[in-house]
Design a protein around this ligand. Structure first.
Ligand code: FES
Length: 321
């Protein structure tokens, strides 16, 4: 069944309907795994998660267990966390620092560059057994954009920078906040375990419609803090009073682009951060203007990236508020 038959998209009547089968069908999910997750670039991790040689993180990416690691020579790797002997998970820790990973089942040992370096009882193996042919496998492509590392299972995929399309501009907005051009993933993780189809989570990332009801407590808190928001223009298609809309970024990426109302974009919207933060926020803005010029500085400071944003991707790149 083609994707089209699940969707009614009548632009003239302004009607968009989705067959709910796409949210529950095992067959659709299987096709998505093969046609989206096995062919697109998928986010693996950020360079700042691997500060020192030997640092590693193990995680699942597109349903596959991987080790995202930094070898002794300073190269970043993405290795499938599946033993080449009988397929056991090799690294069972979520993070740490190791020169070697040893499979718990029969003790095969791999270097943090994926090479097979130790096989217990290897003198009993056939003469032609060659360790060099049995290192941990890795995805067909592994590339980074400004410290964000992605993998792809399809060797023939377009370059990462082309695939990111307009999402690159929003990654740049985040990184341009930093005087050093670097950013760091800080410790601590908030994990969601949601019994729902993956597309619901992606779509929810750009669904501002739910804010006034689901997040009314937060909006009331801001109102009580003195934040004053203009109502959206009538018939503008906007839900939030922040002059923003969901933006389509190409190749399945999208985001919401609202004016940042948490800082001090204009005098009447105020000090959600409180008066004590004024001097620091003013200094940050001055540094941005000096480094980037007033126009880019305003874009960087007043976009949602100033406080966090989400790029949703059908295949997988996600940030968080
Ligand atoms: Fe890993 Fe046997 S499955 S050593």
């Amino acid at each position: 069944m083609s994707a089209r038959s699940y969707i009614v998209d009548d632009r003239e009547k302004k009607t968009f309907l989705l067959d709910r089968e796409v949210l529950v069908s095992e067959d659709v999910l299987r096709q998505e795994m093969a046609r989206i997750f096995a062919r697109c670039w998928i986010y693996v991790g950020h360079a700042s998660e691997l500060k020192k040689p030997g640092d590693f993180r193990s995680r699942k990416v597109a349903g596959r267990p991987v080790i995202f690691c930094h070898n002794q020579g300073g190269t970043v790797h993405c290795l499938f966390n599946t033993c080449r002997h009988r397929g056991a998970i090799v690294c069972t820790e979520r993070d740490g620092n190791r020169r070697r990973f040893q499979c718990i089942y029969h003790g095969w040992t791999y270097g943090n560059d994926g090479r097979l370096v130790g096989v217990p009882g290897d003198d009993a193996y056939a003469e032609g057994f060659d360790k060099a042919l049995h290192g941990l496998r890795r995805p067909a492509r592994f590339e980074e954009y400004r410290g964000f590392w992605f993998m792809c299972l399809d060797a023939n995929v377009a370059p990462l920078v082309d695939y990111l399309a307009g999402a690159k501009d929003y990654i740049d907005l985040v990184i341009d906040q930093s005087p050093s051009g670097q950013m760091e993933i800080i410790a601590g993780v908030q994990e969601y375990d949601v019994a729902a189809n993956w597309k619901l989570m992606v779509e929810n990332s750009v669904d501002d419609y739910h804010l006034p009801s689901t997040h009314s407590t937060w909006l009331n808190f801001m109102a009580n803090s003195g934040v004053k928001l203009e109502p959206p223009p009538k018939d503008s298609g906007q839900v939030l009073p922040t002059k923003g809309l969901a933006v389509e970024l190409g190749n399945g990426h999208f985001t919401t682009d609202n004016i940042n109302f948490r800082g001090r974009p204009v005098a009447k919207w105020i000090p959600l951060y409180g008066e004590p933060a004024k001097a620091e926020i003013d200094a940050i803005r001055s540094e941005l203007v000096a480094r980037l010029g007033p126009e880019r500085a305003n874009r960087v400071a007043d976009s949602p990236t100033a406080s966090g944003f989400i790029i949703a991707s059908c295949p997988g790149l996600r940030g968080g508020y």
